[in-house]
Each structure stands twice: as structure tokens, then as C-alpha cells.
Design a protein around this ligand. Structure first.
Ligand SMILES: *Cc1c(COP(=O)(O)O)cnc(C)c1O
Length: 393
């Protein structure tokens, strides 16, 4: 029998839905990862904003392993202490009213879409089900969340897509008002478009949008799958915008590396969903929730989010001065780096070769470092970035 290595097995047996960097990661601690050959990397991507406390945070590992050895799963027909605690914490911390659990960002958005449509159906009857989303958004990979995603490249192959979505330019209030009609039930948006290139929406625009929607009983769904859980320097990005959405979806960073997605709703939606209108086998899993509880306790501890903001400002200041950097777009530790020249993907590949795990968003380099990254790790990362950008000149 021929022995295949990790990469060869991957290429042979895993469907090719991702172009991967040429690295097989094996272990990690904090913001440092090691590959199968023992090579060291500084990671400023956190597995796309997932490892919010970095790799294998001691307290998180303890919380998760302890729960795995206590009760690892129960069906949603039973009460779960970890899930109840997590839901209580989230509602208390945000002013939202209830949560509905799932396992991923796309599922969380599916849930929000279902809640918005049911609210409208219950109150106005059939037909009022239109949802407006923003151009350049990203909301997930299921057939419905692809439909919600306001980018034509995502609307291929898998026809027919879910009906009822329309798209408007971000930042244009008139375009939004013109797109609204009697069948509009919700507007769904990311406050910072992550996959779309770290586009930070204007605060005045977001506030007018929310005011307009509130006046017309159109629900505001904020997709915080990438921006949530401390990423932008507040627990949720909507706090930076001083708004209270009707529905908020959360996933990536919440579990600290385990799959979780959930939808939180405001008080007026607390009783929209009833038994058998939604469900999930794995959602609210106690091991995952134990990890999420640990993440939430850590990032809401005194001073933690101030540090996130300080580290973000420190990175922005340093990166802005690097050769070939045109502009830095940032909120907290969500960072997009606009380049003067060169292909962002090619530069990211070189960074990885040089020991820096970094990702891209459209034609930008993107950093979503673990929220616990140290200044030493930041300096090491920025050194590699600086040298790589010079090489590329
Ligand atoms: C990643 C992401 C999603 C999809 O999350 P999955 O867990 O991959 O389903 C949805 N919305 C936003 C804003 C995201 O960044």
C-alpha cells in the first residue's frame, strides 16, 4: 500500500471546495501555530475569526474537556445548564430577549430569516416576506443564505435560489427607501462587511436605516457572525453604532473554536417561534456551550475589550507606515489592509511561506488576530509582513 501524506489524502479524498495554503497545521498555543514539520507560524487569522482566545487557551480547554467528561450531548428535548447559562449571559449583556441555537453562521442567518418571515406572516398574513440585503454582503453558503448574499458570483449553479431577496448599495438611504415596498418584512446587513473587503458602514447611515425600519415595522437583522464577540472592541459591533437590532446572528468567535451559531431576538419577537417551527440536533450542545461560556466570561472581564481596542490601534499605526500599504480599514481587531500594488492573495501566500498566517478579503489583506494576541506576537507578525511586502516590491 502506498502511504499518502496529509496533503495527498486531502487532494484525493476531500472535495475541492477550498484552495488551501500549502501547510498542514498540527498544533498551536495562543497566536502561534506549528505545522507537521515543526515550522512555527504567527497566526493573525484565527481560523477566520474563530479562535477568539487563540489556540488551546488553558481555561477554555479545561471548560470544554470538563464538560465532555460530564455530559457531552443531550437532545433538545431536555434542559441544558450550559445552554441556559449561555443564553442568559447573552441576553443580559446585550439587551436582547431570547436566543435560538444552531451550529454555524449560515444556520444562524437561516433562523433569523425564518423568524422575520414568521413575525410578518403572523401579523400581516401571507406575502409580506421580502428581505432587502446589501450589495457586497456575505451571509452564508446554504441555498437561502447564498440568495441573501448580495454578490452575483454567489448566484450560480444551484438554481432555483430562495425567492424574496433584493439588494441595495450599502450607504445609500434613498436606494433602500426605493427598494422597500408593501411586501418588505426585513433588512439584513453586516455592519462591517467582512468577506466583502472590511467595508465599515457609516454610522449615520446605519442609524437612519434602523430608524426608518422601526417606523415601518420592518425588522433589522444584523449579521454579527464575523463582527461579534469582541472582534470590533465591543461585545457586539451594533454597540459601536448605538443601535438595538431586532435580530442579531452570532457564530464564528463565540465557541472559541467549536461550531456554534445562534440568533438573538429583541423583545417584540420573543414569542414568534413555537414548538416545531425550528430545530437542530446538535445546536446548544453542552460541550460547545461550555466553551462559549468561557469565551464570553473572558472577553467581558474588566479591561479585556479596552485591550482589544489598544492592540487594534497599535497594529493600525504600525501597518499604515509599511511600504506598499495604501490604507488600513479597522474596527477593534477586524483589520483590512489596502495595498498600493500587487495581488493580495499572492502576498498572503508569501506571508504564509515566511511564517505569518494571514487571509484576504477581496483585494485586501485581512487580519482577524486572536483577541488575546500579545504585543510580542504582534511585533513578530508585523516584522514578517513588513519583510514580505518589501520582497514583493
Ligand atoms: C462566515 C460568515 C457567515 C457564514 O458562517 P458559516 O459558519 O460559515 O456558515 C455568515 N455571515 C458572515 C458575516 C460571515 O462572516
Amino acid at each position: 500500500m502506498i502511504l499518502l501524506n496529509t496533503k495527498e489524502k486531502d487532494l484525493k479524498y476531500i472535495m475541492h471546495t477550498y484552495g488551501r495554503y500549502d501547510v498542514a497545521l498540527k498544533s498551536g498555543k495562543g497566536a502561534v501555530a506549528y505545522d507537521e514539520n515543526g515550522k512555527k507560524y504567527i497566526d493573525v487569522s484565527s481560523g477566520i475569526g474563530v479562535n477568539s482566545l487563540g489556540y488551546c487557551n488553558d481555561g477554555w480547554v479545561e471548560a470544554v474537556t470538563k464538560q465532555a467528561g460530564t455530559i457531552q450531548h443531550m437532545s433538545n428535548y431536555f434542559y441544558s445548564e450550559q445552554a441556559s447559562n449561555l443564553a442568559e449571559k447573552l441576553c443580559t449583556l446585550t439587551g436582547m430577549s431570547k436566543v435560538c441555537f444552531g451550529n454555524s453562521g449560515a444556520e444562524a442567518n437561516e433562523c433569523a430569516i425564518k423568524i422575520a418571515r414568521k413575525y410578518s406572516f403572523d401579523k400581516y398574513g401571507e406575502g409580506r416576506n421580502g428581505i432587502i440585503t446589501l450589495k457586497n454582503s456575505f451571509h452564508g453558503r446554504t441555498v437561502t443564505t447564498l440568495s441573501a448574499t448580495g454578490q452575483d458570483v454567489f448566484h450560480n449553479y444551484f438554481f432555483p435560489f430562495t425567492e424574496g431577496f433584493s439588494y441595495v448599495e450599502a450607504g445609500d438611504m434613498n436606494a433602500l427607501k426605493n427598494a422597500v415596498n408593501k411586501n418588505t418584512c426585513a433588512v439584513m446587513l453586516e455592519l462591517i462587511q467582512g468577506e466583502g473587503g472590511v467595508n465599515i458602514l457609516d454610522k449615520d447611515y446605519v442609524q437612519s436605516l434602523v430608524k426608518f425600519c422601526n417606523e415601518n415595522d420592518i425588522l433589522v437583522i444584523v449579521d454579527e457572525v464575523q463582527t461579534g464577540v469582541g472582534r470590533t472592541g465591543k461585545l457586539f459591533a451594533f454597540e459601536n453604532y448605538e443601535i438595538l437590532p431586532d435580530l442579531v446572528t452570532v457564530a464564528k468567535g463565540l465557541g472559541g473554536g467549536l461550531p456554534i451559531g445562534l440568533c438573538m431576538c429583541a423583545d417584540k419577537l420573543r414569542d414568534v417561534m413555537s414548538p416545531s417551527t425550528h430545530g437542530t440536533t446538535f445546536g446548544a450542545n453542552p460541550v460547545v456551550c461550555a466553551g462559549a461560556n468561557y469565551v464570553l466570561d473572558t472577553i467581558t472581564a474588566d479591561g479585556f475589550l479596552d485591550e482589544v481596542n489598544k492592540k487594534g490601534a497599535y497594529i493600525e499605526e504600525k501597518v499604515s507606515k509599511l511600504e506598499n500599504v495604501k490604507n488600513v480599514r479597522r474596527m477593534g481587531l477586524m483589520i483590512g489592509i489596502e495595498l498600493e500594488s500587487g495581488n493580495a492573495h499572492d502576498i498572503a501566500v508569501k506571508c504564509v511561506e515566511n511564517g505569518l498566517l494571514i487571509i484576504t478579503a477581496k483585494d485586501l489583506l485581512r487580519m482577524l488576530p486572536p483577541l488575546v494576541i500579545t504585543y510580542e506576537e504582534i511585533d513578530e507578525a508585523l516584522n514578517i509582513l513588513e519583510n514580505t511586502l518589501k520582497e514583493n516590491d
